[in-house]
Write a protein of this length. Sequence first.
Length: 160
Amino acid sequence: MEIVETNPKQRPGLLTVLCILTFIGSGFGVINNLMGMIMSPIKNFLGPEFFEMALEEVQEEPARQFLERALEIGQKAIEHIFEISLTQFLLYAASLTGAILMFQLKKAGFYVYAIAQVLLLFVPAIFIGFNLFVNIGILFSSVFTILFIALYAINLKKMN
């Protein structure tokens, strides 16, 4: 005689909402970084003179120094656009996979998601280096990363 469970595990509402938000965010990340990889050859058309034109408009020294630093970071990002986009594409795909697994109440999805999200925080720093702009980005992004990981962790006991 086969035993049939009449009350299968139900997904908690919070987990459903988190997964849907992650489907949207990580799905957008996958598409955005796929476009970044496709568009990466455009970097060949953006030489240093493109950035120097922006500096010509700024006369005040503090603003000029700030803009020079920002443009230097922008140039590094453009130089590594394919590598950054590829790395983020893979990590967002892993994050999306983790969310799909958690939506199916599989605990392994939490670990896949958490690792991918933590690694995503440091992708810019790996390719561009730590600096004021990257550090601020990491700080703000880490708030949402920690929040989502904590909220998913609350639901771990409901997963297999």
